[in-house]
Design a protein around this ligand. Structure first.
Ligand SMILES: Nc1nc2c(ncn2[C@@H]2O[C@H](COP(=O)(O)OP(=O)(O)O)[C@@H](O)[C@H]2O)c(=O)[nH]1
Ligand SMILES: [Mg+2]
Length: 488
C-alpha cells in the first residue's frame, strides 16, 4: 500500500515536470544530452572537448551543420537547474590545455548549457539550447533496483559474488555472511560489519586488475554526502527469494534500509535527472576491460545490458502513460581509442557492438535509435610505423604521463616514446572466450596481450589557419549522431 501510494505521488510529480519541460521546449527548442559512463570512463574529458570544439572552432568534418558553416555561433549560457552544480568547464580546460594534465576526477552530477545559433537548411535562423548533463554511470546501474525486492537483489548479488574472479575477492564477506543469522534480532554492529565487508569487496572488484563494471549499489563506492548514513549501511543476505522477513529481525532491518536507499538515492535521481533526458551517450572504457581480461569484458557486457534495460524500464514498467522518458537516441562510445593504432579502431567498434548486441535488440523495441562508435575526445597520440626486427609494427607515439612505466623504464612526463600497444583480434569472440587473449587478471603486465600506457594530453593543434583546436578521433561522428538531426 505504502509503495503504491508513493508511486502515485512520484508519477504526479513526474508528469508535472514533464509538462513544464514540454512547455519550455515549445518556445525554446532544447536537447538534454546525458553523458554517462563508469568512473574514469572519460566523461569530463569528453564534455570539455565537445564544448571547446563547438565554441572555439574545432575540426569536425563529419558534423554536417558545423562543417557547412550553418552554425553561426555556440556559446555558454547560464546553467538552468539551480540545485545542480555547474560543470567546471573553464577549470577543466585550463588543466587540459595549459598544464597538459587530465582534469581531476569528479564523482557528482553536473550540468552545462550551450546555446547554438544556426541556420536551417531553408535559411531561417534558429537557436538550439543544448543542456549537457554529466552523471556517474554507477547511478544508472542502480535503476534496476527499483524493480527488485531486497531478496531478489540479495540472491543476484550473491550468485555473482560466487563466480570467478569475484569469489576470491568476496571471501572475507562470505565468511561473515555464513555466521550471520538473518532471522535473528536486528543488530546494528553486525549490519555495519556486513556493509563494510561488502563495500570492501565491491572496491576490490573495481581495482584495475579486475576492472569489474557491475557493482551496485553505486553509492557504496561513491557515497558523497550520504557516507555513513543508514541508507548506505546494508548488505545482501542469504535468504530465500520468495519469503518475507520476520518482524524485528536483522533481515527486516536490511530490507528497510534497502528500501530507504531506493527512496533517498535512486528515485530522486530517476525523477530529477534521468527521466528528463532526450539523448544519451554512454562512455565505456573498453580498453581497461581488455587490459584486465575476459572476465572483466563479460562483466562489462552484463553491465551494458543492465544500462540498456534502464531505458526500457523507464518506458514501460515504472510509470504511467502520462509520462514517458523520451530518450530516443543512445550512443555507446568506446573512449580513449587514441591508445590504439587506427587499424584497430574498427575492431574496437566491433567488440563494443558485440558486447551490446543482445541489449540493443531489446532496446530497439522501445523505439530508440542506437549506434556504436570508437572515439577519443582528446587524441593524445600520433601514429607511426616502428621497426621491430624485420617487421614494421603499427605503433603510437605520445608522451607518457610522469610515473608511467614500461618494462623497467619509468617515464618522467617529458620524453616522447613510440609503443606498440598490442593488436585487437580480428574476431571479437577471441576477447570474450579468453582463448588466446590474456589480461592482467590472469597474468603479469609484461605477459598480458594488451597493455596501455597513460599519455599526457597533447598540445593544441595550430594548423589550418583557424583557431587552435584539440585533436580528437571521431568526436564529430558522435556529435552528428547525437544532435545532427536537431540542426537541420
Ligand atoms: N588518451 C586519452 N585519455 C583519456 C581520454 N579521455 C579520458 N582519458 C583518460 O581517462 C581518465 C579519466 O577521464 P575523465 O574524463 O576524468 O573520466 P570520468 O570519471 O568519466 O569523468 C583521464 O584522466 C585520462 O587519463 C582521451 O580521449 N584520450
Ligand atoms: Mg568526471
Amino acid at each position: 500500500m505504502a509503495s503504491s501510494f508513493s508511486e502515485i505521488i512520484e508519477e504526479a510529480r513526474l508528469s508535472a515536470r514533464a509538462l513544464l519541460d514540454f512547455g519550455e521546449h515549445l518556445f525554446n527548442p532544447t536537447v538534454r544530452l546525458g553523458v554517462t559512463g563508469l568512473s574514469r570512463a572519460g566523461k569530463t574529458v569528453f564534455i570539455t572537448a565537445l564544448i571547446h570544439g563547438l565554441t572555439k572552432g574545432g575540426r569536425f568534418p563529419v558534423f554536417e551543420a558545423f562543417n557547412s558553416g550553418r552554425i553561426a555561433r555556440a556559446e555558454l549560457a547560464p546553467q538552468p537547474d539551480d540545485a545542480v552544480p555547474r560543470f567546471d568547464y573553464e577549470n577543466h580546460l585550463r588543466t587540459l590545455i595549459e598544464e597538459r594534465r587530465w582534469p581531476d576526477s569528479t564523482v557528482d552530477i553536473s550540468e552545462l548549457r550551450l546555446a547554438i545559433d544556426y541556420q536551417r537548411h531553408n535559411g531561417a535562423d534558429r537557436r538550439l539550447t543544448l543542456d549537457i548533463v554529466d552523471y556517474p554511470g554507477e547511478w544508472l546501474l542502480d535503476l534496476p533496483l527499483l524493480n527488485k525486492s531486497f531478496e531478489q537483489w540479495s540472491a543476484e548479488s550473491l550468485a555473482r559474488s560466487r563466480e570467478a574472479p569475484r569469489a576470491h575477492l568476496a571471501a572475507a564477506w562470505h565468511k561473515q555472511l555464513a555466521i550471520l543469522n538473518a532471522q535473528g534480532k536486528e543488530d546494528e554492529q553486525a549490519t555495519l560489519a556486513s556493509a563494510r565487508l561488502f563495500t570492501d569487496y565491491l572496491a576490490a572488484c573495481r581495482d584495475e586488475r579486475f576492472a569489474m563494471s557491475l557493482l551496485p549499489p553505486g553509492r557504496f563506492l561513491m557515497p558523497g554526502s550520504l557516507k555513513g548514513s543508514p541508507a548506505l549501511t546494508f548488505a545482501p543476505l542469504d535468504v530465500p527469494v520468495n519469503a518475507s522477513a520476520p518482524e524485528g529481525s536483522l533481515w527486516a532491518m536490511m530490507v528497510r534500509r534497502y528500501e530507504a536507499y531506493k527512496d533517498v538515492v535512486v528515485r530522486p535521481f530517476f525523477r530529477d535527472h534521468f527521466a528528463r533526458l532526450d539523448r544519451q551517450i554512454v562512455l565505456i572504457d573498453a580498453l581497461a576491460a581488455f587490459n584486465s581480461g575476459p572476465e572483466a569484458l563479460h562483466d562489462l557486457e552484463v553491465a551494458l545490458a543492465g544500462i540498456l534495460d534502464c531505458f526500457r524500464v523507464g518506458r514501460s514498467t515504472f510509470l504511467s502513460t502520462l509520462f514517458r522518458p523520451r530518450i530516443d537516441r543512445i550512443l555507446f562510445a568506446a573512449t580513449k581509442a587514441d591508445h590504439l593504432h587506427h587499424l584497430s579502431h574498427d575492431r574496437l567498434e566491433a567488440v563494443l557492438r558485440r558486447a551490446v548486441v543482445g541489449a540493443v535488440a531489446r532496446a530497439e523495441a522501445t523505439g530508440a535509435e542506437i549506434d556504436v562508435v570508437a572515439l577519443a575526445a582528446v587524441r593524445a597520440t600520433r601514429e607511426a610505423m616502428v621497426a621491430h626486427g624485420r617487421n614494421k609494427l603499427p605503433s603510437i607515439t605520445g608522451t607518457p604521463a610522469p610515473g608511467e612505466s614500461a618494462g623497467c623504464e619509468i617515464f618522467d612526463g617529458t620524453t616522447e616514446v613510440a609503443t606498440f600497444p598490442g593488436d585487437l583480434p580480428d574476431d571479437p569472440e577471441a576477447l570474450f572466450d579468453g582463448a588466446g587473449f590474456r589480461g592482467l587478471s590472469s597474468t603479469s603486465p609484461d605477459k598480458s596481450d594488451f597493455r596501455f600506457l597513460r599519455f599526457r594530453p597533447p598540445p593544441l593543434e595550430r594548423d589550418g589557419g583557424g583557431e587552435p583546436a584539440l585533436p580528437h578521433i571521431r568526436l564529430d561522428r558522435a556529435l552528428q549522431f547525437l544532435i545532427g538531426d536537431r540542426l537541420q
